[in-house]
Design a protein around this ligand. Structure first.
Ligand SMILES: [Zn+2]
Length: 283
């Protein structure tokens, strides 16, 4: 989209606002999903300190946190900066995707469907990242749904696979969907095998089965590109993992957030990342 066009400014602003609201919802999902007794939709949010029910005007994404200066209106307990951070981050990712995926803002065509698919995937990745950081689990509600929904999303947006499908068919949509089914099995199988070898070599479980289900869901969407996501995740995980080890002396590092970064970057720049990597070996 051209940023000089006023309609584009409105669309990007609306996507940013939508992202802030979805980010607020993802905070709720990340808090409630691992707590089996809680429903994601109800009841209203409460202060985790005093139990006071939070009114709608104190629950506006980002704004309320700033107006309340990061404190509960009832007990003045401080509210984690993570809540507005997730809302702002989601808003920026949504606005950024809108600006880069939709080529023609006035024509409601396939670009908008691709955007909807990418917003859905982005939301799922943020939720998985938050829950994995807090609880060291990747909830089945998201990963297993992703395995089933992945090929459907690939059918809606074959662009996720960058015109290079694992299995080629005449119809790009069906090629993407079938490649998604095969990609889920292949990516899940590869990570499961790595984990199995690791557990044999180091005599302890190196990887959770949640990671295997997550990358299977990624394969469901991206087909064989999920393997490039795994490589990006492993590289980021190794670099950042070493830094965290040195700084905090051996803390556990969940792999889910790195898989999320790997999927998001390959979803957008798969061919660029692959070519950049291959360039390392060209004279
Ligand atoms: Zn309170």
């Amino acid at each position: 989209m051209s940023l000089g066009d006023p309609r584009v400014v409105v669309i990007i602003g609306a996507l940013g606002a939508l992202g802030a609201c979805i980010g607020s919802f993802l905070n709720v999902v990340a808090y409630r999903l691992p707590r089996e007794c809680m429903n994601v939709a109800r009841p209203r949010s409460r202060c985790t300190q005093c139990g006071r029910s939070i009114a709608w005007y104190d629950n506006l994404p980002v704004l309320s946190w700033i107006l309340l200066r990061g404190k509960c209106r009832g007990c003045r307990a401080s509210i984690s900066m993570r809540y507005p951070g997730v809302e702002l981050g989601t808003a920026l990712l949504f606005a950024w995707l809108g600006a880069h995926v939709v080529k023609e803002p006035t024509a409601f065509g396939s670009d908008w469907l691709v955007l909807a698919v990418m917003l859905t995937i982005t939301s799922a990745l943020i939720a998985l990242t938050l829950v994995d950081l807090d609880y060291r689990i990747l909830p089945d509600e998201i990963t297993k749904s992703g395995i089933v929904l992945g090929p459907v999303l690939a059918f809606c947006a074959p662009e996720l696979q960058h015109d290079a499908h694992l299995i080629s068919l005449d119809s790009p949509r069906w090629a993407a969907a079938v490649s998604g089914v095969a990609g889920a099995a292949m990516a899940g199988g590869v990570l499961w095998s790595i984990g199995w070898l690791g557990s044999k070599a180091f005599k302890k479980d190196a990887m959770g089965f949640g990671d295997v289900k997550m990358i299977a869901a990624m394969g469901g969407c991206l087909g064989h590109w999920a393997l490039l996501s795994l490589a990006v995740a492993a590289l980021c995980g190794a670099v950042i993992g070493i830094v965290i080890r040195v700084v905090t002396a051996g803390r556990y590092i969940p792999f889910g957030p790195f898989l999320a970064v790997g999927m998001w970057t390959v979803m957008l720049w798969g061919p660029e990342i692959w070519n950049g990597y291959m360039d390392l070996f060209r004279p």
